[in-house]
Design a protein around this ligand. Structure first.
Ligand code: NDP
Length: 372
């Protein structure tokens, strides 16, 4: 069968370096027993994000394809498999998951389960010899993140976190403008994320499954944004929580939390997270203007405004590495598998955020600044 990829197709990763390009070309010239050269993904957990976003986008990828499903619901799994051409032999339950080791069509296991299940399935996937793409938050504690990194390292497999904004053109352009000091020296970065959450019975509101409340789920976008738009790592954090514990949604987890970062340059970061109000915003203010993204990290429809001196303009960024952030993320992981390159959003990146999240919770609880 004709190889469906050409050299151009695979040079899509962010800032593909010459060494990476050579490695891809070498990988593509290797003889293979596979029917085609696309990297095979097993999706673990057929919930809303998997079914509505990731599985449809896999159809649009140049380097990635859906080859297996893991679900606790065999009827749903069979239906999804039939819709997407996945053979029945490549459907697994959580109990039979470890048999994925024997499936040569699976290169990457993509974990889209409730947060507290991420560590277990990452470690089991690595032990089965598979690369892992794991949804955010990486896990529910620093200790779990460290165990996941160790398991993947020991197995010699890649570990990437589903931080899709690193493949989204507006976010990438904001990072670029900051590096170029387009609005001068960074003074203040702010990011707010939230949505009014509904059904009190859902897993996102159960501590055992979610690990925390709005901060773990949506506030992690604010943590990420403050780090990637400033290009700095916080030295310390001071946080405060506000939760109405008589609201049946917030018996186990927090509603609102806000925090302040001190950055090494002297710049200040302010983050906010909410399960009772809608926010999706990033703004970086320099001594020569500001860069504003709203919505900033939505699935689509990002808008960017930039003010320099007296002039304010709506900016259309240069195209990203792929047709959209989901395809960019999936094909970046595939490129890493093909070339041996490390993912731009690695397990270590997920661990950094989890250290910060634990510090935010600690600061909010103790009413003290926590050094990082
Ligand atoms: P859903 O509740 O829609 O789906 C989760 C799926 O996990 C379920 O459908 C089920 O799949 C499986 N599951 C296994 N055990 C349980 C359990 N005890 N309780 C509930 N579900 C279980 O969640 P989402 O798809 O919204 O979120 C899943 C993960 O993806 C989370 O970590 C979330 O943070 C992340 N996410 C990331 C987004 C992003 O933009 N990067 C956006 C949305 C979510 P099955 O029936 O097949 O067993």
């Amino acid at each position: 069968m004709k190889n469906p990829l050409n050299r151009r197709d695979v040079l899509i990763g962010m800032a593909a370096v010459p060494a990476g390009a050579a490695a891809i070309a070498a990988a593509l010239n290797q003889p293979t027993s596979r029917a085609d050269r696309k990297v095979g993904y097993a999706i673990v957990g057929l919930g809303s994000y998997a079914l509505n976003n990731i599985i449809p986008q896999l159809q649009r990828c140049r380097l990635s394809r859906l080859t297996a499903l893991v679900s606790g619901d065999p009827v749903k799994a069979k239906r999804v498999a039939a819709e997407h051409g996945v053979p029945e032999r490549s459907i697994y339950s959580y109990g039979s998951f470890d048999r994925i080791r024997e499936n040569p069509d699976v290169d990457v296991v993509y974990i889209i389960l409730p947060n507290s299940m991420h560590a277990e399935y990452t470690i089991r996937a690595a032990k089965a010899g598979k690369h892992v793409l794991c949804e955010k938050p990486m896990a529910v504690s620093v200790a779990e993140c460290e165990a996941m990194i160790a398991a993947c390292r020991q197995a010699g497999r890649k570990l990437m976190i589903g931080y899709r904004s690193h493949f989204e053109p507006h976010n990438l352009h904001a990072m670029r403008l900051q590096r170029e000091k387009a609005v001068g020296r960074t003074r203040f970065v702010q990011s707010e994320h939230g949505f009014p959450i509904g059904d009190p019975a859902q897993w996102r509101l159960k501590r055992k499954l979610a690990g925390g409340g709005s901060l773990m789920d949506i506030g992690i976008y604010s943590v990420q944004a403050l780090r990637y738009t400033s290009g700095e790592e916080p030295l310390s954090v001071t946080a405060r929580e506000s939760t109405n514990r008589s609201d049946p949604r917030f018996r186990e987890v927090e509603d609102m939390i806000d925090w302040t970062f001190a950055f090494p340059s002297g710049a200040i970061g302010h983050g906010f997270s909410s399960y009772s109000s809608g926010h999706n915003h990033i703004r970086l203010t320099g001594d020569g203007g500001w860069i504003d993204l709203e919505p900033a990290t939505s699935y689509s429809g990002q808008r960017m405004r930039v003010r320099r001196g007296a002039g304010e303009e709506q900016v259309t960024p240069p195209p990203g590495p792929a047709i959209n952030q989901f395809v960019g993320q999936l094909d970046h992981m595939a490129e890493c598998v093909l070339t041996g390159r490390d993912p731009v959003v690695s397990g270590e990146e997920g661990l950094r955020d989890m250290r910060i999240i634990e510090a935010i919770y600690r600061s909010a609880r103790d009413g003290q600044t926590v050094r990082l």
